[in-house]
Ligand binder design. Structure first.
Ligand code: C2E
Ligand code: MG
Ligand code: MG
Ligand code: MG
Length: 273
């Protein structure tokens, strides 16, 4: 009987795993045609200054599948990476964002906005990536200093002095900004800060959520702000949801903010007029 029970449990797990795999394959098949079928779209979330004036927008990719509904980028980006689709989705995101920024630039009120686009580590493996970025900027007539690529520190793993860093320095020489996203959640942030070509850090929202109350988080964020200042890096606080968080961050000297307190990511229609 013991054996039987164990076998049954094993069988159930097996079936659950099998089901998860089947679901993932179905998602991947749908994702393969998502761009062609026009199922991807972009939402934009403002990055604001201390007076809540908009400094720029972060482009956040969305996928609405007729078969699977609205899928979060936290799910489809890793899937795209595994399926070899991140190159085309990444280029779509850059191009869509830059075209939108070009349209906003026609509007006096929005002319100074910057555009931040998330770029996955795997995109840097394509030798043409750096030229592709510059070509998109030329084609959409976006001045390079208005584009900020958001990367996570995993892009720099094993990349000391590599073509990757050269490529990034080349983009930076054109004026393109490089933001280290989710700052503080990785492994060796200090080392990265010392060596890497970046212009901005984005303090991860896990350090912001308790900032109004937690002495520890206050200490960490103050240290990050001091560090950024010493290294001449811009700082954006991510995930600001309450006035108390915003007030604390302003008091601590932070100058740029992003979060639901100001606006959720929204369709472009929300920013027109
Ligand atoms: P991220 O770049 O760190 O973007 C911030 C995420 O936090 C977004 O989630 C945003 O909707 C969410 N957020 C913003 N303000 C708040 C807040 O006040 N509270 C809370 N709880 N959340 C907030 P989203 O849109 O689901 O994107 C998740 C991640 O997916 C992004 O994290 C980014 O790493 C990735 N991603 C999105 N679009 C792209 C893309 O086009 N390419 C690549 N490679 N990655 C992308
Ligand atoms: Mg980001
Ligand atoms: Mg982030
Ligand atoms: Mg992220």
């Amino acid at each position: 009987k013991n054996n039987g029970k164990n076998q049954l449990v094993f069988y159930e797990t097996d079936r659950a795993q099998h089901e998860a795999i089947r679901k993932n394959i179905a998602l991947e098949i749908s994702l393969r045609s998502a761009l062609d079928r026009g199922e991807m779209f972009m939402q934009y979330q403002p990055i604001v200054d201390r007076q809540q004036n908009i400094l720029g927008m972060e482009a956040l990719s969305r996928w609405r599948s007729p078969e699977h509904g609205l899928i979060s980028p936290a799910q489809f980006i890793p899937l795209a990476e595994r399926a070899g689709l991140i190159g085309s989705i990444g280029m779509w995101a850059l191009e869509t964002g830059c075209k939108q920024l070009a349209a906003w630039t026609q509007d006096a009120e929005k002319a100074a906005w910057t555009l931040s686009v998330n770029v996955s580590a795997l995109q840097f493996n394509a030798p043409s990536f750096f030229d592709d970025v510059l070509n998109i900027l030329t084609r959409t007539r976006i001045p390079p200093h208005k584009l900020i690529l958001e990367v996570t520190e995993n892009i720099f793993l094993n990349a000391q002095g590599s073509p990757l860093q050269e490529g990034i320095r080349r983009l930076m020489a054109h004026g393109v900004g490089i933001a280290l996203d989710d700052f503080g959640t990785g492994y060796s942030s200090m080392n990265y800060l010392r060596n890497l070509p970046i212009t901005r850090i984005k303090i991860d929202r896990t350090f912001i959520s308790d900032i109004a109350h937690s002495k520890k988080d206050q200490g960490i964020v103050s240290a990050m702000l001091t560090l950024a200042k010493a290294l001449d890096l811009q700082v954006v606080a991510e995930g600001v949801e309450t006035t108390a968080q915003f007030d604390y961050l302003k008091e601590a000297g932070c100058c740029a903010f992003q979060g639901y307190l100001f606006a959720k990511p929204q369709d472009i229609s929300a920013f027109s007029s």
